[in-house]
Design a protein around this ligand. Structure first.
Ligand SMILES: *[C@@H]1O[C@H](CO)[C@@H](O)[C@H](O)[C@H]1NC(C)=O
Ligand SMILES: *[C@@H]1O[C@H](CO)[C@@H](O)[C@H](O)[C@H]1NC(C)=O
Ligand SMILES: *[C@@H]1O[C@H](CO)[C@@H](O)[C@H](O)[C@H]1NC(C)=O
Ligand SMILES: *[C@@H]1O[C@H](CO)[C@@H](O)[C@H](O)[C@H]1NC(C)=O
Length: 342
């Protein structure tokens, strides 16, 4: 047994670290001595000379970044401002900029800083005091994280030339539906968008047809427009839990699209089970006000190839019990290994 344990533990630790730092972060102490051009407050490992580590050291400013740096870690400091010129030697080399967990406001980001970065791929700017997004001119941006800020606006078209942007995280801000109405215009490769914990009254408009994951939990959404999902033929994961969805806000068949694999509508005010496609595998409806089990929400017909692929169905914290299911449910829900009523 013993030889097995170490790799398993190592794997668990790796997973834990990756969840905490969702970028490729290695503690400086594991990386050897510092290079010559490095800012005195930071470390630039000789065996990884394109990285400068300035994280977690009570810095109040962004230090001058020396020539050749591609990866810059500034998270977990007390930074309030970004002075003009600090990126002047890396405007066409800096690829990753990590500013998470500081105190930066829009007003204290001077001209001649982020607006000069032409090849930035990842901008991590979560847990600061931003009231609107800060977007570099780089067309190579592929990942943008600005969660846990105070953003109330997101100007239309700001991202429209980011042809490779695949992931945008804006959760825990104060964005309204109007504020993000044109935010995602022009994107062609966006796969994942998280706008949960904002002030949306409806799902975001104008999201690109490439989208595979849309998370909008914890907003004020009370309905979904007819045909909304028809414009998203690749969407697999849709989460709208902890909103204000009511039956009257859901046009017939609005969730009946073949691409959806997981649909989370838990913690809303639904009284009936919406129609879903046969291909859906996970459906979360717990903590609604559902008072009847309508099998036709899952199967209009039952046949040899015509049945629901649903595996997990949560109906706990509603007004129904196992006995609400008609006996013929097992022909339709053939693959449901897990139907929870309480
Ligand atoms: C910044 O670039 C200038 C001009 O190339 C160079 O002289 C200087 O040494 C660089 N400074 C650092 C810290 O890299
Ligand atoms: C987008 O990604 C492709 C494929 O990786 C790459 O060839 C292209 O140069 C990228 N575009 C930009 C503007 O970085
Ligand atoms: C979903 O849509 C398909 C195709 O339009 C239709 O055949 C099926 O009956 C619908 N399913 C439900 C549960 O309404
Ligand atoms: C729950 O369902 C029962 C039986 O259908 C019904 O009499 C009762 O009014 C329902 N309660 C609520 C809170 O909807």
């Amino acid at each position: 047994m013993f030889p097995l344990r170490l790799p398993l533990l190592a794997a668990l630790v790796t997973v834990a670290l990756c969840q905490y730092y969702d970028y490729d972060y290695q503690p400086v102490s594991m990386l050897g001595p510092s290079g010559p051009n490095c800012h005195q407050e930071c470390e630039c490992p000789i065996n990884f000379p394109s990285a400068m580590y300035c994280d977690t050291r009570k810095l109040k400013f962004v230090p001058f970044v020396p020539t050749g740096i591609k990866y810059l870690y500034l998270q977990n400091n007390l930074i309030e401002e970004i002075k003009a010129g600090v990126f002047d030697n890396v405007t066409d080399t800096l690829r990753w900029l990590v500013l998470d967990n500081n105190q930066i406001t829009n007003g204290k980001i001077e001209k001649g800083t982020i607006d000069k970065l032409t090849v930035l791929e990842k901008l991590f700017f979560s847990s600061n005091e931003l009231t609107e997004p800060v977007i570099p001119p780089s067309k190579s941006l592929d990942e943008l994280k600005m969660m846990h800020n105070k953003m109330t606006k997101f100007p239309s078209g700001l991202l429209s030339d980011k042809e490779n942007l695949t992931s945008v995280n804006l959760q825990h801000n104060q964005l309204t539906s109007d504020a993000i109405a044109g935010a995602f215009k022009g994107l062609k490769k966006l796969l994942s968008l998280d706008v949960s914990h904002n002030k949306l009254k409806k799902l975001p408009a104008g999201v690109p047809s490439s989208l595979e994951m849309l998370y909008a939990d914890y907003n004020d959404i009370d309905g979904v427009g007819a045909g909304y999902l028809n414009k998203l033929p690749a969407l697999q994961y849709l989460r709208i839990s902890h909103n204000k969805l009511v039956d009257s806000g859901l046009p017939a068949g609005v969730f009946n699209t073949t691409s959806l694999v997981e649909l989370d509508l838990s913690f809303n005010k639904l009284q009936s089970i919406p129609e879903v496609n046969e291909q859906l595998e996970q459906l979360y409806l717990q903590a609604n006000e559902i008072n009847k089990f309508d099998l036709s929400s899952f199967c209009k017909y039952v046949g040899i190839t015509s049945f629901s692929r649903l595996k997990h169905l949560r109906l706990d914290a509603n007004n129904i019990t196992h006995s609400s299911m008609p006996p013929e449910y097992s022909n339709c829900l053939r693959q449901a290994s897990d139907i929870m009523f309480e």
